[in-house]
Ligand binder design. Structure first.
Ligand code: ATP
Length: 342
């Protein structure tokens, strides 16, 4: 188990990590999410004793990383896949690590096979692609057969087959009871891999919950609808959602039940608080043709955007619309980047 208690890291006037407390338990893949600059890498570095907390602590099964007798046997980590000696072969790189941690050479052969690197084991790692380097980093993490695994952006640079491979690997490692802690910016990937989430923003804890609960609490499903008479349809549905006559409200107690409204997103409308059937009936009743009508389920990406909106240091121009705000809000200008402060 990893136990962070009031973990704080300051670099001069920058507070990178601000009083973070959470536990990461075995048997789960725990996703570690947060906008750029949220403090994820700093937190992971402190877990591995590569940075020292200004205040608080982070313990690995009750012990600071620096005091572990055989660290690689307790914790395996992939932080920066390219941070290896490029002149060494993959096998030599792993043999060096193994020797300094009292791990037999036979284990090097095993992890090379597990990560699909056997055929390139005698090639210099300087010539490795990013995907091969990621696999080598994962081989190094697995070397000591550790109970705890930390992966910082492990699918970076991997092709679809590689992504599927690491997803399966992480889920298998967790199924064996190991603690798997993984950071990623790819929400669709995290939704498929992580069963628990720790979400941080500006160094502070935003959420510590199961992935399913995170999505259902923070994200709203909606109906996506297109029509050649979009303004007329918008007015019709606005009336239906606004005055409570929307006959087909979701009504299932989930986030989809929380707010009703109609927003314009490019060539389509997003309607909340009505089912697709109710939207279709209303349009038919008014003689409005529809070119598209679809229920869009709540997603991790939408939930994440909603929850981290206040904590995102810099937001791109197009992101406001994706967060359900309309351009009319006047918060975003084309091609500009603006600071969003909480
Ligand atoms: N060595 C350092 N010296 C000064 N400031 C630092 C240092 N390392 C990180 N920071 C600052 O601390 C904050 C958190 O950075 P960190 O790299 O931990 O965030 P992150 O969540 O991993 O971001 P990203 O998703 O972009 O990798 C940022 O404001 C960053 O500029």
């Amino acid at each position: 188990m990893i136990d962070a208690r009031e973990l704080t890291k300051r670099y001069g006037s920058t507070v990178a990590v601000d009083g973070l407390s959470f536990e990461v338990r075995g048997g789960h893949v725990t996703g570690f999410l947060g906008p750029n600059g949220a403090g994820k890498s700093t937190t992971m570095r402190m877990m591995l004793g590569l940075d020292h907390p200004t205040e608080g602590s982070v313990l690995i099964d009750g012990t600071p990383y620096g005091q572990l007798k055989h660290p690689l046997r307790k914790v395996g980590a992939l932080l920066d896949a390219k941070a290896v000696h490029g002149g060494r072969t993959a096998r030599d790189h792993l043999l060096c690590l193994a020797q300094s941690n009292g791990i037999p050479a036979s284990r090097v052969t095993e992890v090379l096979a597990v990560t699909g690197l056997t055929e390139v084991a005698r090639r210099r790692v300087g010539g490795f692609s990013l995907g091969m380097s990621q696999r080598l980093g994962i081989a190094a993490a697995l070397l000591g057969d550790p109970e705890i695994l930390l992966f910082d952006e492990p699918v970076n640079g991997l092709d679809p087959e590689g992504i599927l491979w690491i997803r399966t690997l992480m889920r298998n490692l967790a199924a064996e009871g190991r603690t798997v802690f993984v950071s990623s910016h790819l929400m669709s990937e995290m939704a498929q891999t992580a069963d628990h989430l720790i979400v941080i923003g500006k160094g502070r804890l935003i959420a510590d919950t199961s992935t399913a609960e995170f999505i259902s609490r923070s994200s709203q499903g909606y109906v996506r609808v297109r029509s050649p008479r979009l303004p007329d349809l918008a007015r019709l549905l606005d009336g239906a959602t606004g005055d409570g006559t929307a006959g087909g409200r979701a009504g299932d107690g989930t986030a989809g039940d929380r707010a009703a409204g109609v927003t314009l997103h490019g060539d389509h409308l997003r309607v909340t608080g009505m089912t697709a059937a109710a939207v279709g009936e209303a349009a038919a009743g008014a003689g409005l043709a529809l070119h598209e009508l679809a229920e869009v389920a709540p997603s991790l990406e939408a939930a994440y955007m909603e929850l981290t909106r206040e904590s995102t240091e810099y937001a791109g121009a197009g992101e406001g619309a994706e967060r359900g705000r309309t351009r009319e809000d006047g918060e975003y200008e084309d091609g500009e980047y603006m600071e969003v402060t909480s």
